[in-house]
Design a protein around this ligand. Structure first.
Ligand SMILES: [Zn+2]
Length: 179
């Protein structure tokens, strides 16, 4: 259904063996399978392979409370200009999307806000989402920014064709009636 995206053949068994059993990270998987981490992530979604909790990936090593606090502060500092401002205060809903005040974000909107789905995906991938990439909500709920509900498309055209595909699917099932 998504042409081009899944050209290389990575099987579900292979992914489960490397990721779930051998506990390779997304980055290591990408290197091994010669694709980028986003592709690996999309494959995992496609095959419905559960993501590990981040701490499990560290081979049982747990962060102390202090380290967690530090990491949280770093993340906030990264996205939030005023470190003393209340996080809640910089949050708002626009057209159903949750947006966060992030004046120092390189890809912030004109309003100095960035949508939460992009921030969540950026945190997941450990890099910024480029302006051409689109983060899509699988359940079509714009405010459900759980990482499991998000899918990264490389371009708007790829994203649009997926929506057209969904649209035609619904149309087929309902016999043309779409609410
Ligand atoms: Zn979408």
């Amino acid at each position: 259904m998504m042409k081009g995206k899944y050209n290389s053949n990575i099987s579900r068994e292979e992914l489960i063996e490397l990721y779930t059993n051998k506990k390779l990270s997304l980055k290591q998987l990408g290197l091994k399978l010669n694709v980028n981490a986003v592709t690996v992530l999309n494959y995992m979604k496609r095959y419905d392979i559960k993501r590990r909790e981040p701490s499990q990936g560290m081979k049982g090593k747990k962060h102390s409370k202090e380290t967690k606090k530090k990491m949280r502060r770093l993340m906030l500092g990264k996205f939030c200009g005023d470190k003393n401002s209340h996080w809640q205060g910089g949050k708002r809903k626009v057209n159903g999307y949750i947006r966060f005040y992030a004046p120092k974000h390189p890809f912030k909107g004109q309003d100095n806000y960035v949508s939460e789905q992009r921030l969540v995906m950026e945190k997941e991938l450990g890099r910024y989402i480029t302006l051409t990439e689109i983060v899509h909500h699988l359940d079509l709920d714009r405010s459900n920014n759980n990482i499991d509900n998000l899918h990264l498309f490389e371009s708007n055209s790829e994203h649009s064709s997926y929506h057209r595909f969904l649209f035609s699917l619904v149309k087929n099932i309902t016999g043309g009636k779409i609410k």
